[in-house]
Every structure is written in C-alpha cells, then in structure tokens.
Design a protein around this ligand. Structure first.
Ligand code: ADP
Ligand code: MG
Length: 703
C-alpha cells in the first residue's frame, strides 16, 4: 500500500481522488501559465510545449513523493487486453556520489519499453523492437503502491498503434469531428467538442481462496474446466440484489475505498444473478478515462479480494450452467458544454437532433453489426454469448415502446406525438405515486436504449472496453459523416433531414428488436432478416478484415489496414494460446487427478465386493456401481486420449494463425467439451472422499 495517511482521510470527500494528480491539484500546484497551457492541451488538443512538460513533471514528482512514491511508471494497455508497467525510480546520481530525485518533462512525455515482448501481430518483425509510450494528458496520473502512474499510449517506432488506447483516442476524435458537423448544421454555435461518455458496469465472482487454491483449472485458466452442477443453481432467483453477507460487504467496502483514492467513482454494488456473483458500477466518464478506470477496478478487486482470503474471478464463464459475467458498456455522446446528445427530452418526436443521431446509430449498428461483434470476441465470451443468460451473438437494438412508436409514426408519413410518461399507482395512498419511465427494461438485448444512453451488453467481463468503444465511436462517426456530407449541401435542410431520417429507418429497421433475445425463435427470425450470427471468436476475428470494416477504420484514421491486420493476427494467436493452455490443463487434471481418483474408488469398490462375497453376502449394489463407474471411466479415458491427440494435431496444423485457430476450435475445443461430460458424470458417481477437488457446491456456496 502507499503511505497515504489513512487516519487523516476520514471523510469520503477527502479520500476521493486523494492519490490523483487531477485538475484541482494541478490548479493548486502549477504556476498559472503552466496550468492554462495544460488545460488548452487537454481541452483543445493544442500541442504540448516541452517547457510546460518540464514544469509539470517537476511539480508532479514533488506531489507524488509527498504521497510516498519513489518510482514512476508509464502505464499502458498492450494488445493483450491487460495493462503493462515498468517502474523507474526518481533517483539520479550527482557527480559527488549522492543522488537527487529527478523527473524531467522528457521522461513524463515519452518512454521506450522494448516492444518486442508484447504482441504486435507482425508489426514488430517489420519495425524492429523499438516502441514508444506517450503521455496521455487527458487521463490523470495517480500514485499507487509507491509509484507515480502515468497513463500512456503505446506505439511502434513508426507510429503504428500497439495498444488499445491509441485507437480509442483516435476514434473519439473521429466521432467529435463528425458530430460537430451535424451540430453546426443544426445551429449549435457554442459547443466545441463532442466526447463519448462511458459507464461500464463490471460483473465478477468471488470465491474462497482455499477452494481456489485446490483447483488447477481456476489457477491456470480462470475458469472451471470440470464440475458437475451443484444441486442448487440460480433457479430460486435468491441471489440478485440479495442481502450482501459480511465477508463480501467488508471486501466491497475495501474495494470502494481503494478505488475512491484513485479517483474511480465506484458507485453501485449489488449481488448479481448467479450464486457468488456480484456487480460494481462506476459513474460514467469519458470513454478514455472510463477505460483506464475499468482496468484499475479489475486490478483493485483482485488485489483486495486476496486480503480477505478471497479470490475475484473476472473470467466470462467461470462456471458452467449458471450465468457468466460481462460488462455493460453504457455509452453516450456529450458536448463539452454539458449536453447529453442522447437525452430525448419530454417529447422526442419533435427533437430533430435526437432523432437524427438516433438514426445514425441505428444505421451504424446495422451496417457494422459484424465489426461490433468482433470487437468483443474472446474465448471467454464464446461460452457466454448464446449461453443461458447472455445476449446471443446476434447484434440487435432495443429501443423500447416510446421510440419504436415514434419511428413507426415517421414511417407512416408523419410524426405528431410522443407517448407520454405516466405514473404508476401502487394501490394505497400511503405509498407515493411514481413517475413511470417511458419504456420498460429489456435485459436480453445486446444493445439497448436505456433512457438517455445505449447499453452495449456483449462486452466480456475480463475484456478491455476499449475495442468495443473504438468500434462504436468509429461506426457512428461514419454514419454522421455521410449525413453531414449530404445535409451540408441541402437546399431545404428541414425537409432533407426528415427525408434522411425516414430513409434511414426504412433501410435499417431490421436491426431493431424489442422482443426476447434469448428465445430460439429469434435466432431464426434474425436469420430471415439477414442479421449476422457469428457464433465463435475465430470467425468473428476474420470479419475484422472484411473490406468494408477495414475501410471504415481506415477512413476515420482510427486503424489503418496494417494495424487492423496486426490486430486480427494478435487475436488469433491469443485464441490459439488460450485454448492450448486450457486443453493442456484439462488433460493434466484428467490424467493426474480424476483418473487416479476414479481408479482408486473402483479399487475400493472391488475390494469391498471381495470381502462381502467372502463373508457369504450379496454385493449386488456394489457390483452395479462398479459396473456403472467402470463404463463411464472407459468413455472418459477414450475422451482423454482423444483430447491429447487433438492438442497434438492442432499444434502441428499448417498455415497461419487463422488456420491454427480453426484447428484449435474444431479439434481441441470440441474434445474438451466431450471429456467434460464424462468427467462430470464420474463426479456424481465417485465417493466424495475420493474426489480430488472442491465441487461446485463448495465453490459457489461457501463464502
Ligand atoms: P441503469 O439503471 O439503466 O443501468 P444507471 O443510472 O444505474 O442506469 O447507470 C448505469 C451506468 O450507466 C452507470 O455507470 C452510469 O454512470 C452510466 N451512465 C449514465 N448516464 C450515462 C451517459 N450519459 N453516458 C454514459 N454512461 C452513462
Ligand atoms: Mg444497467
């Protein structure tokens, strides 16, 4: 822990942001001109003056040392989806053999980590090992664990993005540029920028560390590769929003405090649907800061859990048969002068700006549903999308009653009214009447309008939210670009806007679906509507390289085709490595734990049959059991051999990373599923004393 004096920070408002070099600290500590110059760079993107950087670095260093920091680190987000950091101390030698504490503007602005140890998807081979980190001035630095953390972007020697932050920042610029064109057309002369705002709700599981430590699968892969269902799952619906137990409460309180110190506005916490599952949501921020904060949130939850003898599982599907975890990525656009552009107001039907932006989003999601799907693809999500709780892999939009009605009116030739919000009466005057939302919730939609923002629910719990927001920003920027190109030359702006909205709705309404996304009929209907249903990561990655998708990212200068290719390459590699590790872990657990346990149990059964018969007894039950366990064991053993063989074959597959990923998907992934079935049956037959690892009951119901 850092040496912040916890007793002094008694009240929440003192704690909040206490370890962050935020605007208030800058205003207080920087010379006036430096502060003004920094604000200009943050707000308007004016180039950073090196002298200003020197002053900021020096002040930042003194502030950080005051918070107990001895080191600084450029903190970045390589294409692994995780964060990376390398710490340098502030010490600098003096000629007389002593040291001073030093930190220059240059060190603040630029770092040179060796890029060759991070995935580059081929960029590295072409451009050598050199890579740079560059200070992201829009996300505040902070002190944590004795180091000053400087959020940075990470790029190759030639400026190709090697990280998640660079394209995200570029996409935010793209969206701002195009959205401003529309706002200007509509008569807005005061706003200067449009930012994307994001509030990611984070789902996670917490289990006891003693149990975790006995499961090789959880330790190595983050999910259980075996495990028969517990007698109780989530069917009683008794966990969602339930009373939080003391141990979890203490953990959550600790997480909140640590996050508040880092300026992360942890706001809402509750138990989620599955046993041992919970959620933490922050207050929304700019997409960039929200991404950084989400990384801090995940890291803090993991660390703090250990202090409480717990382990926080962030995998998308740690347990089969019950809900997995995701991130609900709440997304909107706001002007720098504080207007949420997705706020429909009381009468959305006459809010032309809102309807135009809404049409742009509908068009974007319909035209680039496949790219959005690709942006959230990972091996963990493959277990979740289409499984029992999650949105299916089909991207569709939920608009709700009021907006759907407005769009229908527009289509029929003219919109005249918005269904008004009403009041709910609760049947007794002792309770207040409540203003009703204009739309009910739809928890099954992957992309739902929730009043004044969209909630993209397909993002995986472990994934960075950057790729999803990068794509979202870029595709909406592209719709807005097309709209602006057309409207800027309009003779009659008003009627052209109306025509544009009408055309867009007609053309793209197929992506709107207000029904139950989990129903099997939807899959068929979506097929008829021509909506893509990309069921696995390997295919989703391929879609990134479709011409229209490469073009849109390139056109808005978010990722060029080389960068897109490198990203696809990296993702296939990650897929192959992940499935390989899972397959090897599974085979090892099967051979070295489950097989011996089942054999041991069979031997004990055989021994007792022997002694029963010797004593002249009747061992029918024992014999039947032995026979049954024996049969399952034979299949289990055959499946184990099949898995081992599949791993060998896939590892030797010819071709590039895509071909190898296909081999892992078609051979290893399927062999794993088969082996699991027999293993889980064995678990239900074998004496609990023989079973070599904690069961689902123990894992899920023991905190
Ligand atoms: P809901 O109950 O619909 O999930 P909440 O108000 O609880 O809505 O918000 C859920 C998340 O959405 C929070 O992280 C919140 O900060 C975020 N959020 C709210 N408004 C916006 C917005 N305009 N842009 C982005 N995120 C937002
Ligand atoms: Mg929500």
């Amino acid at each position: 822990m850092n040496s912040t004096n916890d007793e002094e920070l008694s009240t929440l408002s003192d704690i909040f942001g206490s370890n962050v070099f935020n605007d208030a600290v800058m205003r207080r500590t920087l010379p006036k001109e430096t502060y003004r110059s920094i604000r200009q760079t943050i707000e308007d993107g004016t180039p950073l003056d090196p002298q200003v950087a020197d002053v900021v670095a020096s002040v930042m260093k003194d502030w950080a040392i005051g918070k107990g920091a001895t080191h600084f680190t450029h903190w970045f987000q390589p294409m692994t989806g995780l964060t990376a950091e390398k710490h340098d101390s502030f010490i600098s030698p003096t000629p007389d053999g002593r040291v001073i504490l030093d930190f220059s503007g240059k060190e603040l602005i630029k770092g040179e980590p060796d890029a060759s140890s991070f995935p580059s998807g081929g960029l590295r081979a072409t451009f050598e090992a050199r890579g740079y980190t560059a200070w992201d001035i829009t996300s505040p630095a902070f002190v944590k664990d004795g180091s000053l953390y400087i959020p940075t972007a990470f790029a190759s020697y030639n400026g190709e993005a090697l990280d998640q932050k660079t394209p995200l920042l570029r996409s935010m610029d793209a969206l701002s540029t195009q959205a401003m064109r529309i706002l200007r057309l509509l008569g807005n002369t005061t706003s200067r920028r449009v930012t994307t705002t994001v509030g990611p709700e984070q789902e996670y599981f917490v289990i006891d560390k003693d149990h975790f430590d006995q499961r090789e699968d959880l330790i190595i892969t983050g999910r259980t590769l075996f495990g028969a269902p517990a007698p109780k799952g989530q069917e009683l619906e008794d966990q969602y929003f339930a009373v939080i137990n003391d141990r979890i409460t203490a953990f959550m309180a600790d997480v909140d405090t640590e996050l508040w110190k880092l300026g992360v506005s942890a706001k809402t916490k509750h138990n989620e649907v599955a046993p041992a599952q919970h959620e933490l949501a922050p207050i929304f921020a700019t997409a960039n800061i929200a991404t950084d904060h989400n990384h801090l949130m995940m890291e803090t939850m993991r660390k703090v859990a250990l202090r409480h003898g717990l382990v926080c599982l962030l995998h998308e599907k740690p347990f089969a048969g019950i809900n997995g975890s995701g991130k609900h990525n709440n997304w909107s656009m706001a002007t720098d002068d504080g207007h949420n552009l997705l706020e429909p107001g009381q009468t959305p039907h006459d809010n032309i700006q809102f309807l135009l932006l809404l049409s742009a989003i509908i068009k974007a999601v319909d035209e680039y549903a496949d790219l959005l799907r690709a942006s959230i693809a990972n091996t963990g999500n493959d277990h979740r999308l289409g499984a029992n709780e999650a949105p299916p892999a089909i991207v569709s939009i939920f608009l709700g009653e009021q907006l759907t009605d407005i769009l229908e009116q527009i289509e029929k030739g003219g919109v005249s009214k918005s269904k008004l919000a009403t009041t709910v009466h609760l049947g007794t005057n002792r309770l207040p009447s409540l203003p009703k939302d204009t739309t009910d919730r739809n928890r099954t939609s992957p992309f739902a309008f929730t009043g004044n923002k969209f909630e993209f629910r397909m993002v995986g719990s472990l994934a960075s939210i950057a790729p999803a927001n990068t794509v979202l920003n870029t595709i909406v920027a592209e719709s807005l670009r097309q709209f602006a190109d057309r409207l800027e030359t309009a003779k009659d702006l008003q009627s052209d806007i109306n025509a544009l909205i009408l055309e867009t709705i007609k053309k793209h309404k197929r992506v709107i679906f207000n029904g139950n996304n989990y129903a099997p009929e939807w899959v068929a209907e979506a097929g008829e509507r021509g909506l893509p249903n990309i069921t696995n990561t390997v295919d989703a990655i391929s879609v990134m390289l479709d011409k229209k998708n490469v073009d849109v990212m390139n056109q808005h200068a978010v990722l060029n085709h080389v960068e897109m290719e490198s990203r696809a390459e990296v993702q296939w590699e990650i897929y192959v490595k992940t499935i390989n590790i899972e397959g090897l872990t599974m085979a090892s657990m099967a051979r070295r734990r489950i097989l011996p346990a089942a054999i041991g149990y069979k031997a004990s059964l055989a021994a007792s049959i022997g002694s029963i018969l010797e004593a002249g007894g009747d061992a029918e039950v024992e014999k039947a059991l032995l026979n049954r366990a024996g049969k399952v064991l034979v299949s289990f053993n055959a499946d184990l051999e099949k898995l081992e063989k599949a791993i060998e074959t896939a590892a030797a597959a010819d071709g590039g990373s895509r071909e190898q990923a296909v081999a892992y998907r078609d051979l290893v992934f399927t062999a794993m599923a088969d082996l699991r079935v027999n293993a889980d049956t064995l678990e239900t037959l074998v004496d609990a004393d023989y079973w070599p690892m904690p069961t689902y009951s123990e894992l899920l119901f023991n905190v």
